[in-house]
Design a protein around this ligand. Structure first.
Ligand SMILES: Cc1cc2nc3c(=O)[nH]c(=O)nc-3n(C[C@H](O)[C@H](O)[C@H](O)COP(=O)(O)OP(=O)(O)OC[C@H]3O[C@@H](n4cnc5c(N)ncnc54)[C@H](O)[C@@H]3O)c2cc1C
Length: 398
């Protein structure tokens, strides 16, 4: 029986097809992962494969030729992709999650949105948002960007530096946040690669080394008035962050990615335990009680995290009206999954023993990669604060 039949979270033929495609891509990416990790190089060939496999239209609306995947389906696809290479999964995850988010929010000018969706389907165009900066830190904290947008004839001139710009090596367009000084407001802009744009190859981290998350430099980059995106949000009277927001649902691609990496580590360790027969023992180490205990712990972490992740995603898909109240659970699913992923990879390495430290095995890369999950949004303290605020509010109503 293969992993598709054994996965209790696959509920339909369509989901099985989505899973099979990701498994197939993951097998190819796994062969390239060590080299890109070692060199910190961007896996362009993985993105050619994703494009060819139709993966880049996963969450694009069916009306524009996309697959219109639900949140649940996107997570199944992303988790399995990350089994092969966490960096590629996280990087493409920004694109597919933003296409899902845009489908819900409808926050772009309609003509631009349709044009981009069609390009995603026909050419494999991708998008990501660049909001992080050296001095503002995580955009999830709401800090004011140092990047500025200055009004000029017919549009704006953007200048500044964005950090952590995942996917940048392969993008021809992206969205950028900037402070619009004459309005004292943060704006969001659709920026096309062109004059004034450059990339500084700053990304040299311990984990997620192949995400290409370099610095984006903008020097008086012209953006036409009609490609300022935030002024479209809420044009129909609905306030941004209420009826048309995804309330953070699409961000669940992040925990799916880290659980996928942990899944691969778990598979590796369990296989190793079944095969490794040191001369001091009559059979494989999988027969030892302390190894079984560790395998049991990995399973308990993995099943708990997946159950929470997929049940929250299912609820988000089925109950749009409940989304505004789901933010604490969405955040909890992320923190539970990323902490579980850290624990699972750690246990996998303890099972394998000293050889798990070897660069010839994939575990040490997975150990470094899952660490990045702590620094993707929402942050753990913010999730704790949301849960506490809700509990305290409920107590006041009793
Ligand atoms: C692999 C990877 C890919 C990424 N890709 C992207 C991307 O494509 N686009 C993008 O825009 N960003 C991206 N990011 C950036 C990410 O969203 C964060 O901006 C970045 O990780 C910095 O987060 P931080 O919490 O360490 O930063 P900071 O906000 O600078 O925080 C530093 C420390 O101060 C604390 N702190 C700071 N402010 C507050 C506050 N107000 N309240 C409480 N505590 C605070 C934090 O808890 C932390 O301990 C990526 C990050 C990673 C790791």
């Amino acid at each position: 029986m293969n992993s598709i039949h054994m996965d209790p979270f696959i509920r339909s033929e369509r989901e099985a097809d989505i899973a099979v495609r990701s498994d197939r891509l993951a097998m190819t990416f796994a062969e390239r992962a060590a080299e890109h990790d070692r060199d910190g190089s961007f896996p362009f060939e993985n993105f050619d494969d994703l494009r060819e496999a139709g993966y880049l239209k996963l969450t694009v609306p069916a009306g524009f030729g996309g697959e219109e995947a639900s949140l649940y389906e996107m997570l199944l696809a992303q988790e399995r992709l990350a089994k092969g290479d966490g960096s590629t999964a996280l990087a493409v995850g920004w694109h597919v999650s933003q296409m899902l988010q845009l489908r819900i929010k409808q926050s772009w000018p309609p003509k631009l949105y349709e044009e981009f969706c069609r390009r995603a389907v026909d050419e494999g165009a991708m998008i990501n948002q660049f909001a992080s900066e050296p001095s503002t830190g995580s955009p999830s904290r709401g800090g004011r960007p140092q990047t500025t947008a200055v009004r000029t004839e017919g549009g704006y001139l953007l200048s500044g530096r964005k950090t952590f710009s995942s996917l940048l090596p392969v993008l021809d367009q992206f969205t950028v946040t900037a402070y619009v000084e004459d309005e004292e407001k943060i704006g969001t802009f659709y920026v096309r690669r062109g004059p004034g744009i450059s990339m500084e190859e700053t990304w040299n981290t311990m984990g997620m080394r192949a995400t290409g998350s370099h610095d984006l430099l903008l020097a008086d980059v012209f953006v036409p008035e009609e490609e300022r995106l935030d002024q479209w949000e809420g044009n129909d009277g609905s306030a941004l962050g209420t009826s048309k927001s995804d309330h953070g649902g699409a961000l669940l691609h992040i925990p799916a990615c880290y659980l996928g990496i942990a899944w691969a580590a778990r598979d590796f360790a369990v296989r190793f335990a079944a095969e490794y027969r040191p001369s001091s023992l009559p059979g494989p180490i999988a027969d030892l009680p302390h190894i079984r205990h560790k395998i049991g712990e990995m399973e308990s972490e993995r099943i708990t995290a997946r159950t929470l992740l997929y049940s929250v995603a299912d609820r988000w898909d089925r109950l749009p009206d409940a989304r505004p109240s789901m933010k604490p659970e969405l955040g909890l699913a992320k923190t539970v999954a990323t902490n579980a992923a850290l624990r699972i990879v750690d246990l996998a390495m303890r099972i394998v023993g000293g050889s798990s430290l070897s660069r010839t095995l994939p575990l040490e890369r997975m150990y470094r990669d899952v660490r990045a999950g702590l620094h993707n949004p929402p942050m753990e303290d913010a999730v704790g604060a949301m849960l506490a605020q809700r509990a305290i509010g409920e107590a006041a109503d009793i």
